[in-house]
Design a protein around this ligand. Structure first.
Ligand code: ADP
Ligand code: MG
Ligand code: MG
Length: 511
């Protein structure tokens, strides 16, 4: 809507009383609707009983977002789901990429090792579930606006539970508050799309739960949420759990570190995964789906027994979300290889995308969302990128990424050459170098820990996708776009993770 693009939206709110009123409404609405997180450790020290929740950081107003970009990101999601399902099925392709990074990345090597061990024994479950999130920023190219992909998440894609609540918060404010401001915003001027991220993600889990079928050994089936101990973003996960339970699906939270304590493999050739209810260990459920909200980084694997836990899940009959191969499909190195239209992976005569997607229109649509990503290996392109990364001037428009998830792992701009120096050159290949996407300038006001931060912001759109497929056949049983996330950060911050404390929750006002 053009009235939002004239520079007066979102309003900066000069009047203290207006700010105060809006802040009070947001504080209460957020707690009343579970748009909340557990407090940080400093506060938690005063909360021995674990009863406190605090507001998740949010923007006071939904940020303007180009409608064409939003529609494009949503439309392409089912193609991305299909692409990543196909990559997960392609062990040869993933194996080659793992080999390239494993020497400098023990975590990736260990993950591959879990897969290799299960493969040796033979996988018992052919179905795999992805709860994906494809992240984008808007890129301005000589006036035209285009979404460019930041990354594709295949494990623990978070904030779907809080995101639908954030959309509801902004809709509520548009109905009841914004039109009362001095710079009144009539509800009819805001185009706020529905956001069914909670329902969509729970729907993906339900599809896998149903596809698993009944227990052959007489147990009730369930879904396990594998989580980190002391998780602060617990309500985000709980929203999905409650949605699932509302459809008569038993769901339980289990700490990643307790896998071997609380689960076992049935004494049967089908290797059913059994969950023993801690409060009543003789009550046993058969696990149909394991949804990982943990296990995506080395911190969750402090010792060999943590890897044994992951192995137990992977070799069991439970449908994993994600499987090890699907997790590996989310490596930044895979994204780099896909964006490389010029260089086919060795052993193939096709550009990488054509190996997975036959339809030319879909390939063109995917290509439009790519931005330049270079290897840092010893290929000709890699050697060129190394020169760029070492150069204190030319590196300023790049970000260097390792094969990690969860935020806080990347090196930006001038930090790149210094970091490279700390890594043995033979391990540089386990990083990628990506062009920074620079979205058009926007401003908004963020409410974080009760304080307002007004100024320039950068928005990152995530679109959720749910996909259930058969690893053995080219069959996809469920493929849906499942709502969206808008995360917004101050334009001085490099990282945008809400959980990592840099970004905040937002929703789109389509323009
Ligand atoms: P992670 O898997 O840890 O979330 P990301 O690739 O998403 O890693 O990078 C973290 C953050 O860094 C992003 O949310 C974004 O704010 C910023 N970022 C990453 N890549 C780019 C890029 N190419 N252009 C601009 N910002 C980026
Ligand atoms: Mg990210
Ligand atoms: Mg990620």
């Amino acid at each position: 809507m053009s009235s939002l693009t004239g520079g007066s939206y979102p309003p900066a709110l000069d009047a203290a009383l207006e700010k105060e009123r809006l802040v009070q409404i947001i504080k209460d609405w957020s707690i009343a609707h579970g748009l909340a997180v557990r407090p940080p450790p400093t506060v938690a020290n005063y909360d021995p009983e674990g009863i406190l929740a605090i507001n998740a950081p949010v923007t006071l107003f939904p940020s303007p977002f180009p409608k064409s970009c939003f529609e494009e990101a949503k439309t392409i999601q089912t193609t991305y789901n299909e692409l990543y399902a196909r990559i997960s099925q392609d062990e040869g392709f993933l194996g080659e990429i793992v080999q390239e990074v494993a020497a400098g990345d023990e975590f990736i090597a260990n993950l591959w090792n879990v897969h290799a061990r299960v493969k040796k024994e033979g996988y018992i479950q052919n179905l795999a579930l992805g709860l994906f999130r494809s992240d984008y920023m808007v890129h301005q190219n000589s006036g035209a606006l285009q979404i460019k992909q930041v990354e594709f998440n295949t494990i623990a894609s978070s904030f779907g539970g809080l995101s639908s609540q954030t959309s509801l918060l902004h809709k509520h404010l548009a109905q009841t508050e914004y039109h009362l401001l001095k710079d009144a915003i009539p509800p009819s001027t805001l185009d706020l799309p529905d956001n069914q991220s909670t329902r969509g993600l729970a729907g993906g889990l339900k599809a896998a739960f149903d596809a698993y079928g009944k227990s052959a050994i007489g147990h009730q089936t369930c879904v396990i949420f594998l989580v980190q101990g002391g998780e602060r973003n617990v309500f985000d996960q709980r929203h999905l759990e409650y949605e699932l339970q509302a459809s008569q699906t038993p769901a339980f939270r289990l700490s990643f570190s307790d896998i071997l304590v609380r689960t076992s493999i049935a004494d049967s050739p089908q290797r059913e995964l059994l969950y023993h209810l801690p409060s009543n260990p003789s009550h046993v459920f058969e696990v149909a789906v394991v949804y990982l909200r943990a296990g995506y980084g080395p911190g969750d694997y402090p010792d060999a027994s943590a890897w044994e836990g992951r192995f137990q899940v992977e070799r069991s009959r439970a449908i994993t979300c994600p499987s090890v191969l699907t997790q590996l499909a989310g490596m930044k190195k895979v994204q780099q290889v896909l964006t490389d239209v010029a260089v086919p992976p060795s052993g193939s005569s096709h550009p990488p995308l054509a190996r997975f997607i036959a339809d030319e229109t879909k390939i063109a649509a995917l290509n439009r969302t790519f931005t330049a990503i270079f290897p840092l290996d010893t290929s000709p392109a890699g050697l060129e990128a190394r020169e760029l990364a070492k150069d204190p001037k030319r590196c300023l428009s790049y970000v260097m990424k390792p094969q990690r998830e969860g935020g806080g792992n990347n090196f930006y701009r001038s930090a790149i050459p210094a970091h490279l120096k700390t890594i043995p050159e033979e391990h540089w290949g386990s990083f990628i170098l990506m062009e920074l996407i620079v979205p058009p300038p926007l401003s908004n006001t963020i409410l974080r820990a009760g304080k307002l931060e007004q100024g320039g912001v950068i928005c990152e759109l995530g679109v959720y996708g749910t996909c259930l497929w058969d690893q053995g056949r080219r069959e996809i049983l469920h493929n849906e776009e499942s709502g969206y996330l808008l995360r917004t950060k101050g334009d001085q911050s490099e990282e945008g993770g809400v959980a990592a404390g840099f970004g905040c929750m937002d929703s789109v006002a389509l323009v």
